[in-house]
Write a protein that binds this ligand. Structure first.
Ligand code: ADP
Ligand code: GN1
Ligand code: MG
Length: 356
């Protein structure tokens, strides 16, 4: 076993004796490990939080603690229906080792976290999961720290975009004129949508902000949704962003980084199933402007993802973990194909929302 990891894990208030520590998951941002203990003690998730992306890890952990405590007070099984933060032995919610920050939560056994949705039933359950998460937090009224500035704010993203293009730090802009035009041709419609958030037409709520399918746990026994995980980005935003980001993930017939663009497109049956689950939980509490823009939110977040992958490629691949040199460009093309598929099927998406 890695003795450095063991030393870090032993600084947390864990029950039992550690038997092994193994890497887990497919996240793009943090490094995740499962900590297995001997006998009947629980197992744990140990994470090295990415402090470059999250500049205020203590503030982020305070958010996660506050939000999970709020949920625990409302659910039948507080150890399974949300994450449980395990503090360090000194009482802090993290351990700092040099410039790295580590955090621990309970491992929730008997669960799955698929990387893609293969059935409408799973998409329906995912929709219920996001909707229920938002419903449980609807009356959360303490201020939350902004863990990543302007995370889903396209006005801020365009500012970063303009600066990155101007700097062109690794000389990639010249060869990317076509891809850049995909972003520029949609600048106005995306900013017009965001101005409805800025002027209060679309309300703000406590939201998850990273609702891709690998960030929810399902019960292994029957496939029902259990809880949202990866709560690093929980903060104030619009409910629509959670819906849109999930549609980007659940409805894609291909992979987020598919090299074969023929595989990629939006599956309307999955869209309908996810929307049914989400609206089952949220419909009664949404205002008309949210319902009117719900389908568009999928285009908005998918567009933002095209921009973020391409911007990271132009910036020399500093943000997302990559497996090979062109990875962010491959992701850009695959997400753009998905965006086009959503644009082509947009009228039908709106009809489905209306019918539900
Ligand atoms: P990242 O921020 O890198 O995406 P996540 O918090 O999403 O990290 O964790 C990565 C993966 O680890 C998840 O997709 C899930 O499979 C697994 N995982 C995370 N937390 C738990 C937990 N509490 N119980 C069981 N599995 C978990
Ligand atoms: C990242 O952390 P992870 O892998 O769940 C990213 C999301 C992107 C996603 C794309 C904090 O999610 O915003 O949509 O990759 N998270 C952060 O797969 O930037
Ligand atoms: Mg994750």
């Amino acid at each position: 076993m890695d003795t450095k990891l063991l030393t870090i894990a032993n600084q947390f208030a864990l029950e039992g004796t550690i038997a092994e520590i193994k890497p887990l998951g497919e996240g793009f941002i943090n490094d995740t490990f499962v900590v297995k203990t001997v006998d009947d003690a629980p197992n744990y998730i140990l994470q090295r939080k990415n402090h470059v992306i999250f500049p205020d890890v203590p503030g982020m952990m305070e958010n996660i603690k506050a939000v999970t405590e709020h949920i625990k007070a409302k659910v039948a099984d507080p150890l399974r229906e949300t994450l449980t933060v395990i503090p360090a032995k000194d009482g802090k919610l993290y351990v700092q080792e040099g410039e790295n920050y580590w955090a621990v939560c309970l491992f929730i056994p008997g669960t799955t976290s698929p990387v893609r949705a293969d059935t409408p039933e799973l998409a329906y359950q995912g929709g219920l999961g996001t909707g229920r998460f938002q419903a449980l937090l609807a009356d959360f009224n303490k201020p939350l720290n902004e863990t990543i500035k302007g995370f889903h704010n396209i006005r801020w993203r365009f500012q970063q975009w303009d600066e990155t293009i101007a700097a062109d730090p690794v000389g990639r802009v010249a060869q990317l004129q076509e891809e850049i035009s995909w972003i520029e041709s949609r600048r106005k419609e995306m900013l017009d949508f965001w101005s409805l958030v800025e002027d209060g037409t679309i309300p703000m709520h406590v939201t998850h902000n990273d609702t891709k399918i690998s960030n929810i746990l399902f019960n292994e026994s029957d496939g029902s949704m259990l809880c949202m995980i990866d709560l690093d980005t929980v903060m104030s935003s619009t409910s629509l962003n959670d819906f849109g980001d999930a549609i980007r993930s659940y409805t894609n017939t291909g992979a987020e980084d598919d090299r074969n663009l023929d595989n990629v497109g939006m599956n309307l049956e999955m869209f309908k199933a996810y929307a049914e689950g989400y609206l089952h939980e949220q419909k009664a509490s949404m205002v008309q402007s949210e319902l009117d823009w719900l389908a568009f939110s999928a285009r908005y977040i998918t567009f933002e993802q095209v921009l973020r992958f391409l911007m990271d490629y132009i910036d020399g691949d500093k943000y997302y973990k990559t497996a090979y040199p062109e990875h962010n460009l491959v992701r850009t093309h695959a997400q753009y194909k998905l965006l086009q598929s959503m644009e082509q099927q947009y009228d039908e998406m709106c009809r489905i929302i209306q019918a539900i």
